[in-house]
Design a protein around this ligand. Structure first.
Ligand code: PCA
Length: 125
């Protein structure tokens, strides 16, 4: 199996402290590494609704707000697991977007935000 790593932006239940965060480590404790806090470069609609306060991000770039989240570096096996967990591509769809990394992994603000191409799970329809 190849050993590629993938940048993934989390804004919902996979974030630290949220209900599904442990899924990031389901394929090994080092399957995911937190890089820092980040924000999408473009705006996206984020529907925050009950039940369970699950936020739904819609792949309608340009509408809504710049979304705050957490950036992780994830290995192949963990990415496959998260794809399965999020129902990619039939429910959530993983797409590439641009995000700004704002802090380091300790939460210290970067002097200059770093713009990165990252994966994000959202709804297309
Ligand atoms: N979890 C993923 C996408 C939507 C969700 O509920 C996340 O935390 O980014």
């Amino acid at each position: 199996m190849d050993k590629n790593k993938h940048l993934v932006f989390m804004y919902g239940t996979l974030k630290s402290g949220e209900a599904n965060h442990k899924q990031l480590f389901a394929k090994g404790a080092d399957g995911s590494v937190f890089l820092g806090h980040a924000r999408t470069v473009s705006r996206f609609p984020l529907i925050v609704t009950t039940p369970f306060n699950i936020p739904f991000l819609l792949h309608k770039e340009g509408l809504g707000h710049r979304i705050k989240g957490e950036l992780y570096l994830i290995d192949d096996e963990t990415l496959k697991h998260i794809d399965w967990f999020e129902g990619h591509p039939h429910w959530y769809e993983r797409r590439q977007i641009k995000a700004e990394l704002l802090t380091d992994s300790l939460g210290n603000k970067l002097d200059k935000p770093e713009t990165l191409q990252v994966w994000l799970y959202g709804l297309s329809r």
